[in-house]
Design a protein around this ligand. Structure first.
Ligand code: SIN
Length: 276
């Protein structure tokens, strides 16, 4: 890690989301340092902290600072620490976990508030993760569309795990009924409005058919993932990234065939989402 001091240095990664935090060891951070880090998360949507080299125990303690751990019911657990999920790509895999734009656990009634990814083994190139601001996307819409979307809710489903080809083998019992969320949510901590639909898990608007929903959903996905609203995280050994699933979507890049990539991920429980 860069020189350890008693203050975080915070540098933005891009115009609308992302920041790099350096200067504090997460394993030894004080409460006020952790609180400052959490405020940065709510401001920037995704924060990266290089050179942290967290042990599984450090990773779990960090997650517990944010709240209760919400164990992902589809991923393979780390055998020694089952509250940690493995995000693994083997050299023979063409598709990767999270290789399409999504927010974690939007198929749950109370979607995960944040996810904490701890780099364990990185490919020699590629494997970057992209993030996109759902708050910036909302701001960019006209008042006419904002007002229409504020009145809508959308269904979210975990069914895309059924035919996934990303090296996980979900049990039949993991699947649950779809759940409804407002299309424009009020961020539970800051009140900022965000467009809360994503390509992996949102299926249709409430009382709209799939066919009717598809064009407007596709338009919203295209707005959210406009390059101007994104930041790209280039992983470094020992780096930790934390993202707020209510503020940003993410996309893991599958561009390192023949190589291994292993990340440890913990998701932290969130609350039911309210509209604005
Ligand atoms: C994920 O979707 O949680 C995986 C992100 C990544 O592996 O970069």
């Amino acid at each position: 890690m860069s020189k350890v001091t008693n203050k975080w240095s915070i540098k933005k990664l891009a115009g609308h989301c992302g920041a790099r935090l350096e200067g504090v060891s997460l394993a030894n951070a004080s409460l006020s340092q952790l609180e400052e880090m959490r405020s940065a998360l709510f401001k920037y949507g995704v924060i990266v902290m290089p050179g942290q080299n967290l042990s599984p125990e450090n990773h779990i303690s960090l997650a517990e600072f944010f709240g209760e751990i919400d164990v992902n019911r589809f991923f393979t657990p780390v055998p020694s620490h089952p509250v940690i999920a493995e995000v693994r790509t083997t050299p023979d895999q063409a598709e990767v976990i999270g290789g399409t734009w999504h927010t974690d656990h939007s198929y749950d009634e109370a979607p995960a508030m944040c996810s904490i990814l701890n780099a364990k083994e990185l490919p020699p190139f590629g494997g970057d993760t992209h993030f996109a601001s759902m708050a910036a996307a909302y701001k960019s819409l006209t008042p006419g569309l904002q007002n229409m979307l504020k009145r809508l809710r959308a269904w979210h489903s975990d069914s895309s795990f059924e035919n996934s080809n990303v090296g996980i083998n979900p049990k039949k019992t993991a699947f649950r009924d779809p759940t409804l969320h407002p299309v424009i949510i009020k961020h539970p901590n800051t009140g900022v409005p965000c467009v809360y639909v994503n390509g992996d898990f949102t299926t249709n608007f409430e009382n709209w058919s799939f066919e009717e929903s598809a064009p407007l959903l596709s338009y919203l996905y295209a707005v959210i993932t406009k390059p101007v609203f994104t930041a790209r995280v280039v992983w470094e050994p020992g780096m930790v990234a934390i993202w707020d699933n209510r503020l940003v979507q993410h996309y893991a890049t599958a561009d390192y065939p023949g190589h291994t990539r292993l990340m440890h991920r913990i998701t932290v429980a969130g609350v039911p989402l309210e509209g604005i």
